[in-house]
Design a protein around this ligand. Structure first.
Ligand code: PLP
Length: 452
């Protein structure tokens, strides 16, 4: 850090403060984790300086022998870990991985002249009408993805994201009575809508997904079945999700981030069979620039870590912890969406505390508990204020906290939420600062036994 400080002290301070904050607050953001020192160090080195556009052994630059090694080792670990025939480890993020996958699917299934048309345009300057024209050139292809309020992600065909400009989208959701995916509704929507792509996967759905049934539905309507396992890749890697709940044997193509439950560096990855492999490997230069070689090397290290037996123990404990957290909250009177959890996350309906998600998120943050607000099914407060709080256990499980600590955290959260009251707008709230400080101190004390 002193080397950085000598150049720009404000950055050194921000880095040091980030470590302190992460050490001292309860990190319950479901999409975050603590990468190992090996992963972090594999990222901070001279591989960062190398250009390596292209793929292994076929680069547009000279001198890529070390990057070839890095990319090949990362892909080798990914294919072995997930049992996938092919892995493309270049995507810089989950959004990029999804974009690579969507282009590959379109290129595989749509006439080439439609794709060529894109190449002639500056997509940033395109108007809605031009996007409509482009979708028409693609043959108005359709995507069926999970609705945002049921836990889907923006990249699953929603308008603010490029996927919603490339495809006409329709959503499937959850059964209001159970909070779980309504597979009959999904089957009916697929039969009527006839999508080119059905997307499985989520950002905020607390249950297992039956990917075997989803593949059957995709086959019935001739759709390509893609699964975005960004959130639960660690549970697939750790063999908690197997059989019908492992997307890899059932989907035509699987995308993921590498930094959430998988505990690697920030980044993305695509897994697929030989039919789509050539198209996927064109991610660069189609939609990606030169690969981040240093990040690919950290992906290789993280994937090697995930192949160790102890990672399976870690994945099992993530779920044990989230179930303990859900039980601890429920027993104190909280409502959790779908009545519990099968995975790493719990979705709390904070309307039961008379709060919006925004008020609850901020009150918890004041108390040293870092979460994020999230829509819940049929959310009356929309995507900005929301009525939910999403919490996840991958990060605290990495630090070694167990089910006993989850019960203490449930108590702290319930205390804060039940003592917070709305104050005139959907963002404002009242919370006694002394209470927030006391909880924050308790959180730090709890974490002191689990050093980072
Ligand atoms: N896919 C899913 C399901 C996600 O939850 C996220 C991020 O939260 C992404 C994709 C995007 O990942 P990134 O932020 O790396 O682009």
């Amino acid at each position: 850090l002193e080397v950085v400080r000598a150049v720009e002290p404000r950055i050194a301070d921000a880095i040091a403060q980030e470590l302190t904050d992460q050490r001292e607050s309860l990190k319950l953001i479901a999409s975050e984790n603590y990468a190992s020192p090996a992963v972090l160090l594999a990222m901070g080195n001279w591989l960062s300086d190398k250009y390596a556009e292209g793929t292994i052994g076929r680069r547009f630059y000279a001198g890529c022998q070390n990057v070839d090694t890095v990319e090949a080792v990362a892909a080798e670990h990914a294919t072995a870990l997930f049992g996938a025939p092919h892995a493309y480890v270049q995507p810089h993020s989950g959004i990029d991985a999804n974009l690579v996958a969507y282009w590959a699917i379109l290129a595989d299934r749509v006439e080439a002249p439609a794709l060529a048309k894109v190449g002639k345009r500056n997509v940033n300057d395109m108007t809605d009408a031009e996007w409509a024209e482009l979708r028409q050139a693609f043959g108005n292809q359709r995507m069926l993805g999970m609705s945002l309020d049921a836990g889907g992600h923006l990249t699953h065909g929603f308008r603010p994201n490029i996927s919603g400009k490339m495809f006409d989208q329709r959503s499937y959701g959850v059964d209001p009575a159970t909070g779980q995916i309504d597979y009959d509704g999904l089957r009916a929507a697929a039969a009527e809508f006839k999508p080119l792509v059905i997307v499985g996967g989520y950002s905020a759905y607390p249950r297992k997904v039956n990917f075997r049934i989803m593949r059957e539905i995709a086959d019935e309507v001739g759709a390509t079945f893609m699964v975005d396992m960004a959130h639960f890749a660690g549970l697939v890697a750790g063999k908690v999700f197997t059989g019908d709940f492992d997307p890899v044997p059932h989907a035509h193509i699987v995308t993921t981030t590498t930094h959430k439950s998988l505990r690697g560096p920030r980044g993305g990855m695509v897994l697929c069979g030989p039919e789509l492999a050539d198209q996927v490997d064109r991610g660069c230069p189609m939609v990606l620039g030169g690969p981040l070689s240093h990040v690919m090397s950290a992906k290789a290290v993280a994937l090697a870590e995930a192949r160790r037996p102890e990672f399976q123990d870690y994945a099992r404990r993530i779920v044990e912890n989230s179930q303990a957290l859900a039980a601890g909250l429920t027993s104190r009177g909280a409502t959790v969406v779908s009545g519990g959890t099968d995975n790493h996350l719990v979705l709390i309906d904070v309307d039961k505390y008379g709060l919006t998600g925004r008020q609850a998120e901020q009150a918890l943050l004041d108390s040293g508990i870092v979460t994020n607000r999230n829509s819940i099914p049929q959310d009356p407060n929309g995507a900005w204020y929301t009525s939910g709080i999403r919490v996840g256990t991958p990060a605290l499980t990495t630090r070694g906290l167990g089910t006993g600590e989850m019960d203490v955290i449930a108590e702290l959260m319930h205390t804060v939420l039940s003592q917070t009251s709305p104050a005139g707008s959907k963002a404002k709230y009242d919370l006694d600062p002394a209470l927030a400080e006391r909880v924050s101190k308790q959180a730090t004390e709890l974490l002191a036994d689990f050093p980072l």
